[in-house]
Design a protein around this ligand. Structure first.
Ligand SMILES: [Zn+2]
Length: 309
């Protein structure tokens, strides 16, 4: 179990570092996750390596501000080009979901201010999952805002080990599967969707716009690691089923590429129908990751079979 957690914690962090290294050196063939198996989903072909590259982009993408914008209702985007950070605004103060890397916190603060809100009005800080590209900045956000940091129980060990500059990871409240977080008129529900990390959290909430109410789902990463243990297989199977069962009109994710943010943002400029309201695309990321999960599993079982026979 200990090894299971350590391996998972290392995956995205080292993956990102390796990706950053090969972007600089051009040695793509020797680093990062493997370029097999390949799966084709909705007309696009993916490998573990291409999915990580799609998620992370370049080191510059990870730290460059994306234009902050309203997504729907009281939900705003305040992240970088490839690392999501969402601001949920209520009359009793605001909620931030994902601090991302610590070095991005000033960029998030700038985005919050550009939208006309105060960074110090952030009362609650939530997270997607315990990897550095999503929650490394928690201590700095807490220091700057005094926000209550609420984390999923199963991710506590990995978060406690995440200490940028030696800072203790703040944890004010430990959440459990199905628990609600309410501030003002807004309630977010934490759904445990384990696999990518043990405490990977999919957040759901309702957003109101033009007299209608919409179901918003902020997916946790469903990206499987290169090696699937039996407990991980069970976790992913449960998570795929759960994610598919959630009512969804607007799907968001921890990396903007998971919901085609750039494409939807471009449409937003046309001032037509809100492009983020797109129930038809809600399950695409689950389709891609589940196909990859099955392909990795099949490849692993085939390799195991060839050893025993
Ligand atoms: Zn991750």
């Amino acid at each position: 179990m200990k090894q299971f957690k350590v391996t998972l914690f290392a995956c995205a962090v080292t993956g990102a570092a390796i990706l950053a290294a090969f972007v600089h050196t051009g040695q793509a063939q020797t680093a990062g996750p493997p370029d097999h198996p390949a799966v084709t989903v909705h007309g696009h072909t993916y490998t573990p390596r291409s999915i990580l590259a799609r998620n992370m982009g370049t080191p510059e993408d990870q730290t460059t501000q994306f234009p902050p914008h309203k997504i729907i209702g009281n939900i705003y985007y305040v992240g970088t080009r490839t690392l999501s950070s969402f601001l949920v605004v209520t009359p009793q103060g605001n909620i931030l979901i994902d601090s991302t890397f610590e070095r991005n916190v000033p960029t998030i603060e700038k985005s919050v201010k550009q939208l006309g809100f105060q960074f110090s009005d952030i009362k609650i800080l939530l997270g997607n999952h315990a990897h550095g590209d999503h929650q490394e900045g928690d201590a700095l956000v807490k220091q700057l805002t005094g926000a209550q940091v609420m984390v999923m129980a199963e991710d506590v060990p990995a978060l406690q080990a995440m200490k940028p500059g030696g800072k203790e990871h703040p944890i004010d409240k430990v959440l459990h599967d199905g628990e609600a977080v309410t501030l003002g008129d807004t309630t977010l529900v934490a759904h445990l969707t384990a696999g990518h990390t043990p405490g990977c959290t999919t957040w759901t909430m309702k957003a109101r716009e033009a007299g209608k109410t919409y179901n918003v789902v902020i997916n946790c990463s469903l990206r499987p690691p290169a090696m699937l243990t039996p407990p991980l297989v069970d976790a992913f199977n449960r998570s795929f089923k759960l994610v598919r069962s959630l009512p969804c009109d607007v799907q968001l994710g921890d990396h903007p590429a998971q919901y085609n943010m750039q494409e939807k943002y471009a449409k937003l400029q046309n001032r037509g129908r809100n492009p983020f309201i797109d129930a038809a695309s809600c399950k695409i990321e689950a389709d891609i990751e589940e196909a990859m999960f099955q392909a990795i599993l099949a490849e692993q079982q085939k390799a195991a079979g060839s050893v025993t026979h």
